[in-house]
Design a protein around this ligand. Structure first.
Ligand SMILES: [Zn+2]
Length: 268
């Protein structure tokens, strides 16, 4: 081995070392890239998981909000706007009873729903014709806590005006009384009390049921206010909704304590 050859051997060793360290560097770089990629994958996964967790949280929150709005333990109300379809009920000028019954019922529904009550309606437009048994059947089928039929009275004397409510059987007496009181106060009318009414809807309903005759649409002042807008009907809706809320939330006289006439009337 000459000095020269030693020199070459050294060079070749150096080259090998250099290439070895280059391979190690590349290996380390590759490892680093793999580690960074793995870290990125893990981070992305965690982020997605977080998003789905927050989605679940917001879903749960919205469920809670819904529950608060429609409290499951709150009673439900079946509203029956009287007449409709082929049966307009009482008519005065161009105004039909079916039409104002529906308007008031929709207003009452809106007030009660805002308070968290579940509200069912036997009809929501003026095209539906329903007999009284079908109305009771519907309210029974949804297992409502109470049934309230909304009507307006009529008479030949245009000065007659008062509030009255009807019940079919004793379990509707307290409800009829609570509604009549609240409506007469709200409309500033005299409360004519409650009467028994032999009617399929009131008798066949499984829950306490009543029928409110809020005012006389044949009364001149009432008719004029109907012609000028809905403020009287809005007031009435406040009275009906208030009566329903009172019925459920405030102490009421028992059926025995309420004077109800046993008058059986033949029209509504
Ligand atoms: Zn009627």
């Amino acid at each position: 081995m000459t000095d020269n050859s030693r020199y070459y051997i050294n060079i070749s060793r150096n080259r090998r070392r250099k290439s070895n360290s280059l391979i190690t560097l590349i290996k380390r770089l590759l490892l680093l890239i793999i580690l960074i990629s793995a870290a990125l994958v893990v981070l992305t996964f965690l982020n997605q998981n977080n998003k789905s967790v927050s989605k679940t949280v917001s879903k749960t929150a919205s469920k809670i909000t819904t529950k608060t709005k429609n409290k499951p333990d709150m009673p439900s109300v079946c509203l029956d706007p009287g007449h409709g379809g082929d049966d307009p009920g009482a008519t005065q000028g161009n105004i039909t009873e079916a039409q104002i019954n529906l308007y008031v019922a929709l207003e009452v529904r809106s007030i009660l729903q805002n308070d968290g009550y579940t509200v069912y309606m036997t009809r929501t437009d003026n095209g539906q014709t329903m007999d009284n048994t079908a109305r009771a059947d519907y309210c029974n089928s949804v297992h409502a806590s109470i049934l309230l039929a909304i009507h307006h009275n009529f008479f030949t004397d245009p000065t007659t005006d008062y509030t009255t409510a009807l019940f079919g059987v004793d379990q509707g007496k307290v409800l009829a009384n609570a509604i009549a009181q609240s409506v007469s106060q709200q409309l500033n009318l005299s409360d004519d009390g409650i009467s028994q009414f032999d009617d399929n809807e009131l008798i066949k309903s499984n829950m306490p049921s009543a029928l409110i005759e809020s005012f006389f649409m044949t009364n001149t002042d009432e008719y004029n206010s109907l012609l000028s807008g809905n403020s009287r009907l809005d007031q009435e809706a406040q009275g009906i909704a208030g009566g329903i809320v009172n019925y459920f939330t405030k102490p009421q006289p028992s059926a025995d304590q309420i004077n109800g006439t046993n008058l059986v009337i033949t029209n509504e």
